[in-house]
Design a binder for this molecule. Structure first.
Ligand code: C5P
Length: 225
């Protein structure tokens, strides 16, 4: 099977729209690979922070994005996939809203996005790929056969992230989280390169008040009607 003929399902949307959970469930169900592209941007932000770089220094952060070694490693106990950045297990640090904000800052630099393109394309392998992000259907896999854009109200997205972070033992308040999420989304949607927006041929799914199983079923129906 040539790479171009490997089927791709893109799942884009803002933070807290349920992309991560839905993408994992759908990929497991289909037996396809999963690309968590947000983790790549988080990893670059993390590596740049570890190197003491100023996140607005486009040249330095780009060099960092070109050199960083990111590995996804299945957890030995069947838990969450570990993300190894330059040899260090950064999984827990990458989940925080601080890491999300750093990712969003460096993700607005065009040359940083460019540095991550080949790595993202390399995930396209048989029997198929579920690609989770902001620009999967618009920029990275514009030829994907299946495209979904998930949305949910800002209040609901903040509540979900709050619950997720609490479960992982991260300390946050709901009010500050909603403010941070709204700031990040507005930056992601207004940036010049690869802004957060649905592909023209994407199916829009509003997940506000909808259970995970129902959303998974809707997304699966796009691939296997
Ligand atoms: O999805 P996640 O919250 O992990 O993404 C973190 C940040 O990385 C987003 O807020 C966005 O700025 C950036 N990102 C991006 N393009 C993607 C995935 C994530 O710009 N495909």
């Amino acid at each position: 099977m040539s790479q171009a003929s490997v089927p791709v399902l893109t799942i884009d949307g803002p933070s807290g729209s349920g992309k991560g959970t839905i993408s994992r469930r759908v990929a497991d169900h289909l037996g396809w690979r999963l690309l968590d592209s947000g983790a790549l941007y988080r990893a670059v932000g993390y590596a740049a922070g570890m190197a003491g770089l100023d996140l607005s220094d486009a040249e330095a952060v780009t060099r960092c994005a070109q050199a960083v070694k990111i590995r996804f490693q299945p957890a030995a106990d069947g838990g969450d996939t570990r993300v190894i950045v330059n040899g260090l297990d950064a999984t827990d640090e990458l989940r925080t809203e601080t890491a999300g904000a750093a990712a969003s800052a460096i993700a607005s630099i065009p040359s940083v996005r460019q540095a991550l393109v080949d790595l993202q394309l390399s995930f396209r392998k048989a029997p198929g790929l579920v690609a989770d992000g902001r620009d999967m259907g618009t920029v990275i896999f514009p030829d994907a056969a299946f495209k979904v854009f998930l949305t949910a109200s800002a209040a609901e997205r903040a509540k979900r992230r709050y619950k997720q972070l609490k479960e992982k033992g991260v300390s946050v308040t709901l009010v500050s989280l909603q403010r941070e999420i709204e700031a990040r989304d507005s930056r992601d949607a207004s940036r010049a390169v690869a802004p957060l927006k649905p592909a023209e041929d994407a199916l829009l799914v509003d997940t506000t008040g909808v259970g995970i199983d129902e959303v998974v079923a809707k997304v699966l129906a796009v691939v296997r009607p």
